[in-house]
Design a protein around this ligand. Structure first.
Ligand SMILES: [Zn+2]
Ligand SMILES: [Zn+2]
Length: 177
């Protein structure tokens, strides 16, 4: 993590009341990047730090910009995320000065979505020809042997046959597929 962008507070700053911290930090300060997503632009924060018994708490909101690929059609998407009501406690006995970046980083990681889709109901890519089915309608469903109705009929016929033979051997309680 870069040393250049520290977002610090110390307990002396709280001597005259709450400390309001608003501003931006470059996303690179948070070091969040993997093959699937990157954090880009600035991370904006609006935080309040106030004294409480035994230490101080930090509360506030952070907004970040995420760039990732749709998991179905691979289109690049930008995803702004607002992280509200973050909350951390800093014990006074431990240190006099704290860097808030590691804690905010944790909040960002927790807020990352589990799946990224370009839109609700994205049709994804055809897994035979690779066409983006949001943009075009390929013929694979009609022409491919995989999608061919007769093939499915044949499979169904085999399945029925199997179920019947199971019943014959006294396995009728077995869950049907
Ligand atoms: Zn998509
Ligand atoms: Zn296709």
């Amino acid at each position: 993590m870069s040393d250049k962008f520290k977002l610090k507070f110390n307990f002396q700053q709280l001597a005259h009341g709450n400390l309001e911290l608003t501003g931006k930090v470059p996303a690179s300060a948070f070091d969040i990047e993997d093959e699937e997503l990157i954090l880009y632009g600035d991370v904006e924060y609006a935080l309040t730090i106030y004294s409480v018994s035994g230490g101080a708490t930090m509360t506030g909101n952070v907004s970040v910009n995420l760039r990732c690929s749709c998991q179905l059609c691979l289109k690049k998407i930008n995803l702004p995320i607002e992280i509200k009501d973050i909350y951390h406690f800093y014990e006074k006995d431990k240190k006099d000065e704290f860097d808030l970046i590691p804690d905010i980083r944790e909040d960002i990681l927790i807020a990352l979505p589990l799946s990224y889709l370009c839109k609700r109901g994205c049709k994804g890519l055809c897994f035979i020809c690779g066409s983006n089915l949001n943009l075009t309608d390929c013929d694979c469903k009609r022409t491919s042997a995989f999608y061919n109705n007769d093939a499915w009929k044949e499979l169904n016929r085999l399945k029925t046959k199997k179920n019947k033979s199971e019943i014959k051997h006294g396995c009728s309680k077995k869950k049907k597929i």
